[in-house]
Design a protein around this ligand. Structure first.
Ligand code: DC
Length: 229
């Protein structure tokens, strides 16, 4: 039998979303990007002018907000539509303001508790590729395949810089690099569920690798797990 739960963790812009979505499509599995949930909480907090430093208010929001994913409702290049309490937030979660505030939001224990409970429920249904920071360590420690996807800081900053320039933003490479370093630092050093490689995760460094080669490598790891059963 093919492994049913595949966890992919790694730092910002390590390629988790691209690789995770492609592997899920190849296997016919659900692709679930958990970072989106922390981004929705952050985007809604900013839209409601809640101070991000107000842990109680941001946590209460995370506990109450209804987050839904559905097939694309607009043909504007989106992979899926993301709704928060029924409002389309698909692009609002990708702004610079969200990039800059999502790490502190995701460090709040109450926010993580609320998001982790949802993610675990979805993951345990199986046939899923779930990507994030703590999937193999906290959300789904029983995952059949765990991959820790990494790339050098410079390469990750280059990828994010290209994406943002393609979206029409005038942003310096050095700024993107600094922001990535700051997010890595917060994501890895927080008290609850920090970004770290699970003991049983396979480490995959994608620096200098073509996307198709990384996808092929992950598919090989999935197939190897099937043979081992
Ligand atoms: O993968 P991303 O850049 O969309 O993630 C946004 C933020 O959410 C990231 O800074 C860390 C946080 N995150 C997390 O703490 N745990 C996850 N499982 C996924 C994301």
């Amino acid at each position: 039998m093919l492994p049913s739960i595949i966890a992919i963790d790694g730092p910002a812009a390590s390629g988790k979303s691209t690789i995770g979505a492609a592997v899920a499509a190849n296997l016919g599995y659900l692709y679930f990007d958990t970072g989106v949930m922390y981004r929705v909480v952050t985007a809604v907090a900013l839209a409601r002018a809640l101070p991000i430093a107000n842990e109680a208010a941001v946590t209460a929001l995370a506990e109450r907000v209804q987050i839904d994913f559905c097939a694309p409702t607009v043909a504007d290049g989106r992979q899926f539509t993301i709704l928060a309490d029924g409002a389309d937030m698909t692009w609002d979660i990708r702004t610079r303001a969200v990039d800059q505030n999502v790490s502190p939001v995701s460090a709040y224990p109450g926010v993580r508790r609320a998001m982790t409970a949802h993610q675990r429920r979805i993951g345990l249904q199986g046939n899923v590729v779930m990507v994030g920071r703590d999937i193999g360590t906290v959300v789904l420690p029983e995952a059949d395949v765990k991959i820790y996807l990494d790339a050098s800081e410079e390469e990750r900053a280059r990828r994010r810089h290209c994406e943002r320039v393609a979206r029409g933003e005038a942003v310096e490479f050095a700024t993107v690099l600094r922001e990535i370093q700051k997010r890595d630092q917060i994501d890895s050093s927080r008290d609850v569920a920090p970004l770290k490689r699970a003991d049983d995760a396979i480490y995959l460094d994608s620096t200098g690798m073509a996307i198709t080669d990384v996808i092929a490598r992950v598919m090989d790891l999935v197939a190897a797990k099937e043979l081992a059963h």
